[in-house]
Structures are given as C-alpha cells and as structure tokens.
Design a protein around this ligand. Structure first.
Ligand SMILES: [Zn+2]
Length: 222
C-alpha cells in the first residue's frame, strides 16, 4: 500500500487516483489533451437535452435531442471484454466522442472515461473514497463522485439524489451547473432530461456523459 506522491495520504489497493487529493497515484502527471477542458468546440451547445434509450434486439442506442426535439447525436453501444463503450455520433454518422465504461465500480479508478472523437481521454468519472482524517483503517470513507482531468484535477462534483434518479453537477466549490432527471417512473421509461444552468463552467458533453456513468442504471453499460 503506497502513499500519495502529492499529499502523502495512504492509497487504497489498486487505486489509480488518490482518494484525498485526486492526484494520480503513480505520480505521472498525464498530459491533458486540451488546455482547458471546460471550453471546447463540441457539438453540444444547447442548454437542454433529452436522452432516450432504445433497445433494438442486440443494439442499444441513445438518441440525444435538443430542446426542439432535433436529434443532435446518438450513442451506440459496443460491448468488448474490457467493458462497454458508447460511440457518440452525429445523425450523419460522424464520430464526436466515446464514453468508455469500466467493468466494475472500483473506488479511485475511472468508472467512465470521456474521450474525444479520436479516442483520447478528455476526462474521467471517478468515485473517490477518502478516509476521514485520523480515522482507522476499517473506517467508512468519505465518498465523492467527480469528473476530473486524466491527471486527476477535479472539474466538477456529481451529487446523486433519490437513488440515482436525479443528480446535479457542481463546481468544486458547490455551485450547481447542471441538473439531470431520469424519468424512470414514466413511459417511455428510459428518458433523461438534462438542463445546463451554466454552459461556460462545463462542456455539456461531460454532463451528458454522466447519464452513461450513472451507477444506479448499470443496465446502460453492462
Ligand atoms: Zn493525495
């Protein structure tokens, strides 16, 4: 069991990121592929989206629509032995990104990689578990969900509510910048509504990605 190269906290077994400060546990400051992951030239420029899951025989897709009901993009699932991926494409079939899920939820390891059109990671969704200061080895940790850069810098927090049926995306200091509502009680059941409250604070692509990384809807991925 090692210590974090940045803050010295004890690392949990197999951790890629420190649960306390979020730094990469191997000390490698990975080169982020973009200087500022918050300002992108992505196709997601609306402030409201609806995502609708369709399961057609062996193919699962997500239609991503803007507030006017126009399809902006589709997520198409592909399952490979290392875990499920959604390839995000325009309606014309041009790839704009990839959401790469992990096989299992492991603290301080990426649960979902948010990649660009070329498969380069832009950010990761991670469940961070840090021990409370002074707490013993077997104490319950403090759990925080974050979207971070590949080197571990926290971009936003994710707060799951009502068992994952609603959630908010917040800045590291706690200002809500997006809200997601899963219409799980309604028909069609697999519809998500996404509202971006502050589009300068985050690329909406990262907010849409949280739908694919909702641990309460594992069936999306597994
Ligand atoms: Zn640390």
């Amino acid at each position: 069991m090692g210590l974090c190269p940045r803050c010295g906290a004890q690392l949990s077994f197999g951790a890629i990121f420190c649960g306390s400060c979020g730094a990469r546990a191997d000390g490698h400051e990975m080169q982020d592929t973009r200087s500022d992951p918050r300002s992108t030239h992505s196709i997601f420029t609306s402030t409201e989206y609806t995502l609708q899951k369709r399961i057609l025989a062996i193919l699962t897709t997500f239609d991503i629509k803007d507030a006017s009901g126009n399809i902006v993009a589709r997520g198409k699932k592909e399952v490979v032995p290392v875990g499920p991926s959604y390839f995000v494409e325009t309606p014309e079939g041009v790839r704009v990104g990839e959401l790469k899920g992990a096989v299992a939820l492991i603290p301080n390891r990426p649960y979902l990689e948010i990649r660009d059109a070329h498969g380069e990671p832009l950010a990761v969704m991670v469940m961070r578990v840090a021990k409370k200061p002074g707490a013993g080895f077997f104490s319950v940790g403090v759990t925080t969900w974050v979207i971070a850069t590949p080197s571990g810098e926290e971009l936003t927090k994710i707060t799951w509510k009502k068992g994952g049926h609603d959630w908010t995306i917040e800045t590291p200091d706690g200002t809500t910048i997006a809200e997601v509502h899963w219409k799980w009680r309604e028909v069609p059941r697999d519809t998500y509504q996404v509202k971006i409250l502050n589009s300068t604070a985050i690329d909406p692509y990262f907010v849409l990605a949280t739908v694919f990384g909702n641990p309460a809807d594992r069936s999306n991925l597994a």
